[in-house]
Every structure is written in structure tokens, then in C-alpha cells.
Design a protein around this ligand. Structure first.
Ligand SMILES: [Fe+2]
Ligand SMILES: [Fe+2]
Length: 307
């Protein structure tokens, strides 16, 4: 009896299929970003319409505008899709930077200028997300730092509040995350490659992957199988193959419509809003990477004059 117990203890824990959901650039607190349209009151989720809005201390009765409402409906659709997808699998949620908008550069595009309130809203948003995705035993959540001017240390604090993974140095957020999921090596950081302009779309990301390949070769590191970055609020998937090994690179979509700053700077580009999912089988096989569920976002601020 004792022998069989010892043998059992030495065995590797049984692997499960993994569903990796990397959220990115949520920018909670921005007027053009995803904002929850439901809030838990005494243990029950209520719609903001029914409870007089989200009561920020200096902005009571805050209600979503039509753009935020459209993003919220898309978010709910993504959660329905992800809930189905994750059935019978272990869920790994990653927040790849810019979780909160932060009070930066004196922008007026904030639902509250109080960064603690933004953090609380983000925490409630992620608690809702966990509930909707049946997040529980065996599942895990990781936070990665975004752009310092936006988020400073707030992501670390909100990750701690959410009981996310604690890194070995004691922090709850890190600039670089390396995950090994069923033997698949994944690198996650916020600022990486760019998607590239349309005739060369994806090529810049392939070059980034190639650079990573050679960096690993020179430094004697096993190259990652998947590289996930964010920051550009774009979405693109590209690969690089060398020595019969393929690296997968994804720039993750965001959860924010363009701000005034982005509209002025990049008037022709469209923010990609939505959710990417990656699944890894029990045997460590990366299942075919499907398109993220993206919201179709028209160039809403264009005014057409004349006919
Ligand atoms: Fe961002
Ligand atoms: Fe960023």
C-alpha cells in the first residue's frame, strides 16, 4: 500500500487540455474603453440602467455611452464563446498590460480621475469575467505590466487584489512572463512587434520572431513556441519557421476604441477590439490558432461632407 502511494506521488499530475485567454489593453477607466455595464449589488449582478449607473465618488450615476455599450455587448459575446471553449479544459487567463487607463498626460477622456477607483472597476470587471468563465480550482491568472505612463504600479495592486499569480520576487505583475503549458513555451510581454502596413502586414512580426530565434540561438536558450505581445491595439498572427520548428507570434487585440490622441496620430488605422484564444492539447500540441473574435469597428469619427 505504502509502495503504491509513493509511486503515485512520483507520477506527474495528469495533464488537461488548456485554454489560454490573453486579454490585452483593457484600459479600464478610459471613456473609450470597455466598462462593465453590470455591477454586483448584495451578491447579485444588476444592470447599470437598473441601479442608476456606476457611482464614482465625483461622478455619480455614470452610464455607458453608445460606443462603450457596443464594446460591452461584444465583451459579453466573447465571454459566451470563451465559456463554451474552455469546457473540460484548464483555464489560463493572462492580462497583457495596460489593464487600467491611468490619469495620464492630463487627458479628459477618463470616467474618473481617481486611479484607485479605476482599479476597483477593473477588479470588479475581472471578477465578473472569472464568474462568467467558471473560473475555479486548477485555473490560473497572470498579470503583465503595460505602459508605465498609463498604469504605473496599479496593475501590480489590482493583480494582488484579484489573487493572481505571485511571481517569485513577491510581485503580482511582471514585465515578462514565460509560461510552460503542457510543455509549450510561451513568452508574453506588452511592447513587442508591430503588425505593419497593409501591403507588408505581418512581415514585421515575422522579422521579430526571426530576431528572437537568433537571439535564443546565440544565447543558448530554447526558443519559445508562442510569443504574445500587445500595446499597438492591432491584431495580427504570423509565424517563423527554422529547422523544422515553427514559432507563432500574435499581437493581441485591445478593449479600447481610439482616444483623441490616437485619432490624431493614426487617423486611418482602426483599433482591433476583441479576444484571442489559444488551446493546447494534453499532449502539448498547439491546436490550430483561430482568428480572434473581433468587433467590427467602423471609422466612426469620419464625417463625410458632400456627395
Ligand atoms: Fe494600450
Ligand atoms: Fe501600452
Amino acid at each position: 500500500m505504502l509502495i503504491s502511494f509513493t509511486q503515485q506521488a512520483k507520477e506527474e499530475p495528469k495533464r488537461k487540455k488548456i485554454t489560454l485567454l490573453p486579454f490585452a489593453d483593457m484600459h479600464t477607466g478610459g471613456t473609450t474603453a470597455l466598462h462593465p455595464n453590470k455591477r454586483k449589488i448584495h451578491g447579485k449582478y444588476e444592470r447599470l440602467e437598473d441601479i442608476g449607473g456606476w457611482n464614482y465618488i465625483n461622478r455619480p450615476n455614470f452610464q455607458l455611452d453608445s460606443k462603450q455599450l457596443a464594446i460591452w455587448h461584444h465583451f459579453e459575446k466573447c465571454l459566451d464563446w470563451a465559456r463554451e471553449l474552455r469546457k473540460d479544459s484548464q483555464l489560463v487567463i493572462v492580462q497583457d498590460g495596460d489593464a487600467v487607463e491611468g490619469n495620464h498626460h492630463n487627458t479628459p477622456q477618463l470616467v474618473t480621475i481617481d486611479e484607485a477607483e479605476m482599479m476597483h472597476t477593473h477588479r470588479e470587471l475581472m471578477e465578473y469575467t472569472q464568474e462568467r468563465l467558471d473560473y475555479g480550482r486548477g485555473d490560473s491568472m497572470y498579470y503583465v505590466f503595460g505602459t508605465d505612463s498609463h498604469t504605473r504600479n496599479f496593475e501590480n495592486m489590482v493583480a494582488m487584489d484579484l489573487n493572481a499569480y505571485q511571481y517569485p520576487d513577491g510581485k503580482y505583475c511582471s514585465s515578462f512572463l514565460e509560461l510552460h503549458l503542457n510543455g509549450v513555451k510561451i513568452w508574453i510581454y506588452h511592447q513587442g512587434g508591430v503588425a505593419g502596413d497593409y501591403p507588408t502586414r505581418g512581415e514585421a512580426l515575422t522579422r521579430q520572431l526571426k530576431k528572437i530565434w537568433y537571439k535564443c540561438e546565440i544565447e543558448g536558450i530554447v526558443p519559445p513556441d508562442i510569443v504574445l505581445t500587445a500595446h499597438t491595439h492591432d491584431a495580427v498572427y504570423s509565424t517563423y519557421t527554422q529547422n523544422w520548428k515553427t514559432m507563432h507570434g500574435i499581437i493581441l487585440p485591445s478593449w479600447q476604441e481610439k482616444t483623441r490622441y490616437a485619432l490624431d496620430k493614426l487617423p486611418l488605422s482602426i483599433n482591433k477590439i476583441g479576444l484571442q484564444a489559444i488551446q493546447i492539447s494534453e499532449n502539448g500540441e498547439i491546436l490550430p490558432i483561430k482568428e480572434p473574435m473581433l468587433m467590427t469597428s467602423p471609422l466612426a469619427d469620419i464625417v463625410r461632407i458632400g456627395c
